[in-house]
Design a protein around this ligand. Structure first.
Ligand code: SAM
Length: 445
């Protein structure tokens, strides 16, 4: 491959060999939590169908107080303004515009499943981009072609537009899709799929990652991916990101094998491997109550570092094994979501407290999902405080405590996605309300 993409690697990162994953990215320095380890622009992106017309097809932002303008050629692509339209036209759309509507309506596209359609559009866009650049001479495309192919060979879908790219080259591009491409999100809601070759080349997976991925949306620019340190990373430590949600405790091994072609041997997988088969959680209330009490107490005494991060299973109470059953987490989240907005708030807060303990066990510290959950807990406790008739100030104290923890975690992750309505803004607003509002008079004190 052209070495240029790796030549532009920040001096703080090193690529070293890995026994089974070819290479691994290590740190050359000590990174503190919240440091941006890498920032790279997308090679190409495609919006989810539900986002079309709501986000700009070039910069992927959701503009406020401004309507998007349609491409006058195909009327199927939307832009903030002529700057975004020109960027997109020059980098990819020119080669697809004329054929897009016929292709989209064709049975060869309509017969595809939703995820295959996203792949077909991303592959078409990648080919359009390649044919507008000099084939193979662009460092990002060379990097993409140097990525490890996925474990299963699948025929590529037929694509939109005509390019001087051979069927073999298209096959070769598509063989890298399943295990290298990214779902992009803004405030933890997925809005599209994107290709970021250098990030794919560098970062292996861990279920206890020390870094996480976020997306920066800016006017007139393609989306940027940033890799953020979740904790202190020491020199020579491998930097890993999560490819999928580590909370998929039972199904993740199969996903790694089928989609990515590896067996994960991170501390979390080692821990679960030693403990063996995960039993079903109890169904009846008293037993469930005992279990949740035990889990919360275990996590309270666990300290900052989870046992799934140390991989040390000695002393882990066997009665707690069933909390790793995916149905346990699923049932708790359902219970919390069902009553966190409209109540009964005490039921939501009880399920939410157990869920916080479970998250602290299965995710590394500062993992953004814990922060998002704590923010929801703070909002629920606020709702309870607003609704209560008594002088009980406990919900307010809980809201403040959850908000402080959420702020700490989400500040490490930093700003990302759309510039409006993000969790950091919600934290600021709720913090302001909690500090200044008197529940009884509804006035600021
Ligand atoms: C996005 S690439 C990661 C970069 C890769 N190490 C390289 O040298 O290009 C994804 C592929 O890397 C390998 N991989 C990633 N994480 C791994 C892990 N934790 N253990 C073993 N292999 C891994 C798998 O082959 C996977 O399909």
């Amino acid at each position: 491959m052209s070495a240029s993409d790796l030549d532009s690697l920040p001096q703080t990162l090193r690529l070293k060999s890995h026994p089974s994953a070819r290479d691994r990215c290590t740190s050359a320095v000590t990174f503190s939590p919240g440091t941006i380890l890498l920032s790279v622009p997308a090679l190409v992106t495609v919006l989810l169908p539900a986002q079309k017309g709501h986000r700009c097809d070039a910069c992927n932002r959701q503009p406020q107080n401004q309507s998007l303008k349609r491409c006058t050629g195909c009327a199927s692509y939307w832009y903030c303004d002529t700057i975004c339209q020109n960027v997109h036209w020059k980098t990819q759309h020119r080669k697809m515009c004329k054929d897009y509507n016929l292709y989209y309506a064709s049975s060869r596209f309509q017969n595809l499943q939703a995820h295959e359609r996203m792949d077909a559009l991303l592959l078409s866009t990648l080919c359009a981009r390649m044919s507008q650049l000099e084939l193979g001479r662009d460092s990002s495309i060379s990097t993409f072609l140097s990525l490890l192919p996925g474990p299963i060979e699948i025929d590529p879908p037929s694509i939109c537009g005509r390019y001087s790219i051979s069927a073999d080259q298209i096959k070769s591009l598509y063989s890298r899709f399943g295990n290298n491409n990214f779902s992009m999100h803004s405030h933890f809601n997925v809005f599209g799929h994107g290709i970021f070759p250098l990030a794919s080349r560098l970062f292996n997976h861990s279920c206890m990652p020390n870094a996480a991925v976020k997306y920066i949306l800016s006017p007139s620019q393609l989306v940027r991916m940033e890799i953020v340190a979740l904790r202190q990373i020491m020199p020579d430590e491998e930097i890993c990101i999560p490819y999928i949600d580590p909370a998929l405790l039972q199904t993740r091994a199969q996903i790694f094998e089928l989609t990515y072609g590896f067996n994960c041997n991170c501390t979390s997988c080692t821990f679960l491997g030693i403990l063996g088969r995960i039993p079903d959680p109890p169904k009846n209330d008293p037993e469930l109550q005992n279990l949740t009490n035990m889990l919360e107490e275990f996590v309270r005494n666990m300290g900052e570092i989870s046992v799934l991060q140390t991989g040390q299973s000695r002393g882990f109470p066997s009665q707690l094994l069933c909390v790793f059953h995916e149905t346990f987490l699923g049932d708790l989240s359902e219970k919390f979501s069902a009553s966190s907005h409209e109540g009964p708030y005490d039921i939501a807060l009880k399920a939410g407290t157990t869920l916080t303990a479970l998250y602290r066990l299965i995710y590394p510290s500062n993992y953004p999902q814990i922060g998002i959950h704590l923010l929801e807990m703070a909002k629920t406790a606020w709702n309870q405080w607003m609704q209560a008739n008594s002088d009980d100030e406990a919900p307010k104290a809980l809201a403040l405590q959850a908000l402080t923890l959420a702020r700490g975690i989400l500040t490490v992750f930093g700003s990302e996605g759309d510039e409006h309505n993000g969790p950091l803004l919600e934290i600021q607003t709720l913090g302001h309300l909690l500090q200044r509002r008197d529940r009884h008079s509804g006035t600021e004190t």
